[in-house]
Every structure is written in C-alpha cells, then in structure tokens.
Design a protein around this ligand. Structure first.
Ligand SMILES: C[S@@+](CC[C@H](N)C(=O)[O-])C[C@H]1O[C@@H](n2cnc3c(N)ncnc32)[C@H](O)[C@@H]1O
Length: 359
C-alpha cells in the first residue's frame, strides 16, 4: 500500500483551516479568476508591469466597470493571482502562470466549458453511477456517444484537453509501438485516427485496424483518405460496451491510448479479454494512459485525480483515472502478464507493456 499526502509536513491547524476555506470558496474564486483572464484584466495588468494599475486607471478605458473590477480583482488577490501595492494592482506569479501556461489554460477551459455545470450533479452521479451532469451538454447516455456533436465551446475545450495530453506523448511513443515489428496493429478507441496516421507514416509495412464508435470513425475516414493512408487501414465500428462484440483477430499488437479510463472495471476486464483473443500467441498489449500513482510531480497527480469526477458526472458515470495496480490486476485476470512499465512520457503518461500468459 502506498503512502501519500499532499499536505505540507507539520501543517499548523490555522493553516489547515485556511486551506479548508479555499475548498469552500473554490468555485467562486474559479469564476472570478476566469473572468479576469478571459476578459483581459490580467493581460492589462501584465502590460502595466511592476507599477501595476489602480482600479480607476483600469476602468478608464470602459472595458470593465469599477464594480466588476473590484469584485474580481479582490478575489484574484485572495488567490495570489494579483498583488495589491499602494492601491495599485499588479500581476502576481500565479497570474503569470494563468497568462502564459498553456496546460493551465487548457485545464481551466475544460473545467469551465465541459465540467462546471455538470459537476453540480456529481452526488447523484456517484450514487447511481450515471453521468447526470451530461444533460448540461446534450441528451446522450455517455459523452462518447455525443462527442461528434458536442456544442461549442465544450467541443473545442474537450478536444484541446484530450489532444494536448495525448499529442505530447504520440511522437515519443511510435518507436515503442514498432519495437516488436508488428504487421497488424489494433488501435482500440482510435478516435479520429491521429495516432494511426503517425504510425503509418513511420512504417510502410504496418497496417492499422481502428476500433471506435461509428461517429468517431466517420471523422477518421476522411482524415486517412486525405493523408493517402486509407488502403492500409481497417475501420471497425464496435461499441465495446457490448461484451458480445469481438475485436478483429490475428493482431500482433493491441494498442490502447487513454482508452481504458473511459470505463468501469467490469468493462475494462471484458475489453482486455477481447484484446487477448484478438492477439496472436506472441502478440503484445500496449496500454498508454495517465496513471495518478506513476507521476513524478504532485502537480500531475493533482490534475489527474481531479479529472476523475469529470468521468463520473459527465463522461460515463463509472470510470476514472486509475492507478497502475488496477490495470495490472485486471490485465492479469484477462490472461496478460506485465512485461515493462515506462513512465514520464509526454506530460504524464505511462506505457504498460503486457504479454499473453502462456496457458
Ligand atoms: C479519451 S479518447 C482517446 C482517444 C485516443 N486513443 C487518444 O489517445 O487520443 C477515448 C476514445 O474511446 C472511444 N470510446 C468511448 N466509448 C466507446 C465505446 N463504448 N465503444 C468504442 N469506443 C469508445 C471514444 O470514442 C474515444 O475515441
């Protein structure tokens, strides 16, 4: 059993109480800071430099009322986003992060545009393991069903979140996928075919078989045609929630990237069993995923752990960001043995390589 704490060692009771208030008012601060960022208040302060600006100076250009500036800047002050020196506001370090750090902006947009309203339904979603918060975005039973039709700005924010995490890993991972010289690769949860394109471009003799929902494959098809790669690709519309639906067989490698976290443990086991059946006896399973226990930095574990409630309230109702031990245990039940683990890929991915257990 691992030991883990995010609290500073020897934290005093008074400091802990302050931390507790930050939780109580978290959504309030979130909205104020977002306003200050989105509406250009933080940018105006960045341009003012160390001297900063008074509320009156900021209000002079009539982009924001004095009232709005006071409300949001005082909240930003409480969060360390801005500092107040002699009646003038200046950007603080956290404010600079908000303005310059892409991953912070992607996370903030994702939380606001995809999760914020739906998270109000977290309690009911946890109790009944159904994504009741999804109603805020559309009338689907899981987010994946509606992904191709997501309304803006949720659509852009979701894809930015998903792609930013996987895109940073894809270039590094292609050699791992080709390491055993597979001729047939099954990409389960292939989405719009981005990884397939990277793989096919790297090795002219490999063929990739894409499994996903029909809505996603409809987007993947044109992308592959445009890239001139369509004749080396098989498209298989499979709803993996239907455990009777087998995967195409004869595969040298099954590849799953950011996929298993979309499902409950029960479904993961069923997917892994079908992956085992799709493989040749010497075939391997590669799982690329964000595992919160395999992170070098607490900041990454923090972001990952707090992505799980999105899976509950919005995405599926019963999935999460898992620990490595969960996947290893379920893979073992499905007839796989862990061969290697490689961490620190992209922002926060780990690659688990499994072989089939001899029967
Ligand atoms: C988080 S995305 C990961 C996509 C891609 N592998 C990557 O690394 O960027 C999860 C993928 O699983 C697919 N998916 C979710 N539920 C599914 C289901 N029931 N059957 C088949 N595919 C599903 C989604 O359509 C989506 O393409």
């Amino acid at each position: 059993m691992q030991n883990k704490s995010f609290s500073p060692p020897n934290q005093r009771a008074f400091a802990a109480r302050f931390e507790a208030q930050k939780i109580a008012f978290g959504p309030v601060v979130f909205q104020c800071v977002r306003y200050a960022w989105k509406r250009g208040v933080l940018q105006a302060l960045a341009e003012a430099g160390e001297r900063g600006r008074s509320v009156e100076e900021l209000a002079a250009n009539q982009r924001w009322s004095t009232y709005a500036l006071k409300v949001v800047l005082e909240s930003c002050l409480s969060a360390g986003v801005v500092a107040l020196v002699n009646g003038r506001y200046a950007l603080d370090k956290t404010g600079y992060c908000l303005l310059s750090d892409e991953i912070t902006q992607i996370n903030l947009n994702f939380v606001h545009d995809v999760c914020y309203q739906g998270l109000f339904e977290l309690e009911r979603s946890l109790d009944q393991q159904r994504p009741y918060g999804l109603q805020a975005l559309g009338d689907w039973s899981t987010l994946y069903e509606g992904m191709a039709a997501l309304p803006e700005p949720a659509r852009s924010s979701w894809f930015a979140f998903d792609h930013h995490y996987s895109d940073t890993s894809f270039p590094q991972i292609v050699p791992d996928v080709l390491a055993t010289a597979p001729r047939h690769v099954l990409d389960v949860g292939a989405n719009t075919g981005k990884f397939a394109c990277a793989l096919l471009a790297q090795d002219a003799s490999v063929r990739v078989h894409l499994v996903d929902l029909p809505q996603q494959l409809a987007l993947a098809g044109p992308r592959l045609i445009e890239a001139g790669l369509r004749d080396r690709v098989g498209l298989y519309a499979v709803d993996v929630l239907d455990s009777d639906k087998a995967f195409p067989g004869g595969m040298d490698l099954v590849w799953m990237s950011q996929f298993l976290s979309c499902f409950s443990e029960e479904v993961i086991l069923s997917i892994l069993r079908r992956a085992a059946a799709a493989l040749t006896p010497a075939g391997q399973l590669l799982v690329l995923d964000t595992l919160w226990d395999r992170q070098r930095y607490d900041i990454a574990s923090y972001c990952l752990i707090n992505t799980s409630p999105y899976f509950t309230a919005i995405a599926s109702g019963n999935s999460k960001v898992y620990e490595s031990a969960d996947y290893i245990r379920l893979a073992s039940h499905a007839g796989f043995r862990l061969l290697t683990v490689r961490d620190d890929i992209g922002y926060c991915h780990s690659l688990l390589r499994f072989v089939r257990e001899a029967r």
